[in-house]
Write a protein that binds this ligand. Structure first.
Ligand SMILES: Nc1ncnc2c1ncn2[C@@H]1O[C@H](COP(=O)(O)OP(=O)(O)O)[C@@H](O)[C@H]1O
Ligand SMILES: [Mg+2]
Length: 312
């Protein structure tokens, strides 16, 4: 059995936006992330993916729930040293590598920022050697060190963002739509780089995406999120082959394939959340339709989902 690196238990993140209004961006999310795996988190824009990521690494204080990293509570009262330790072990890569790279800093200083904060180099020489090594690791080179972010293409900037994250030798990386802003031709390169780094360094990823098209190739398991909740979670193959929740089916029907026959007959399924008529007596929770395949549903829906599943 794989070891758990991250345990997320009933995590909540509510934003107060004017008195009576509360945005339940993350509304009771529970899942584990195993050491060395990639967990894909998918859902349309605004469903709470980034907030989940940011709350896990404590960029936001959680409204409720728990996050354990190697069994240790990430939230709650922490000393500066403890917070710094978590900061080093959990890093983030962002969607827009340009907005997240300071335009006035050289690539070397951007990459070395974490090295400086955490005192990971004993001398200037060691610091630069580390920067050069990181540039190589992400497919750039020494000559890039003294340049500025605007001199690079989108894909190269994302490589710089990855080098910056790797600089502090993290165990866990949240990649928040790291390829969404890139040309399709570049997307695969970045995904392959992330995969290579994972193999070489034993990294664990939470890979966030707004559609299901690329996630399959990088994720071992996928969680589908809708309005602050996980509605379905399974291994990638299982999710693509046997989707159960109507929202997942709708996301899958939106993926175009380079096959004209398929495209001619592809029917986009529209998800209608009002199809779930829950009464106050309904216990809506994640239930296991097949081993390790969870679906958010009531008891009644569960019976129906199971029947449909077994018919296949
Ligand atoms: N800092 C914030 N203050 C108030 N509302 C926020 C904040 N961040 C995100 N939200 C809201 O929370 C919801 C989820 O946002 P987000 O996590 O960014 O979604 P996603 O990454 O899936 O697109 C959205 O309704 C968004 O408007
Ligand atoms: Mg987001």
């Amino acid at each position: 059995m794989a070891e758990k690196l991250i345990e997320i238990k009933n995590l909540k993140q509510y934003f107060n936006v004017g008195k009576p209004n509360m945005v339940k961006a993350v509304d009771g999310v529970t899942f584990d992330i195993y050491k060395g795996e990639t967990l894909g988190l998918v859902g349309e824009s605004g469903c709470g993916k980034s907030t989940t990521g940011r709350t896990i690494i404590r960029l936001y204080e959680a409204t409720g729930g728990q996050v354990l990293f190697n069994g240790e509570n990430v939230h709650g009262k922490k000393s500066k040293a403890e917070l710094k330790k978590f900061n080093r072990k959990m890093q983030m890569i962002f969607q827009d590598p340009y907005a997240s790279l300071d335009p006035r800093m050289t690539v070397a200083d951007i990459i070395a920022e974490g090295i400086d904060i955490h005192g990971l180099a004993k001398s200037k020489k060691e610091r630069m050697e580390r920067v050069y090594e990181l540039l190589e690791t992400v497919g750039l080179n020494k000559e890039h060190a003294n340049r500025y972010p605007h001199e690079f293409s989108g894909g190269q900037r994302q490589r710089i963002g990855i080098a910056r994250a790797l600089a502090v030798k993290p165990e866990f990386i949240i990649a928040d739509e790291p390829i969404s802003a890139l040309d399709v031709s570049i997307q695969a390169q970045i995904v392959n780089l992330l995969k290579k780094l994972q193999r070489e360094k034993g990294l664990t990823y939470l890979f966030i995406a707004h559609d299901l098209s690329m996630v399959k190739y990088i994720s071992d398991r996928i969680g589908v999120m809708y309005y602050g909740k996980i509605v379905e979670m399974a291994s990638s193959d299982e999710l693509y082959e046997n989707p159960v929740h109507p929202y997942t089916k709708s996301l899958l029907s939106a993926i175009p394939l380079p096959d004209p026959d398929y495209e001619r007959t592809r029917v986009r399924k529209i998800y209608d959340p009002s199809q779930h008529q829950y009464g106050p007596e309904d216990k809506v929770e994640l239930r296991e339709v097949a081993p390790n395949h969870l679906v958010l549903c009531s008891e009644r829906e569960f019976e129906q989902y199971k029947k449909e599943y077994e018919k296949k």
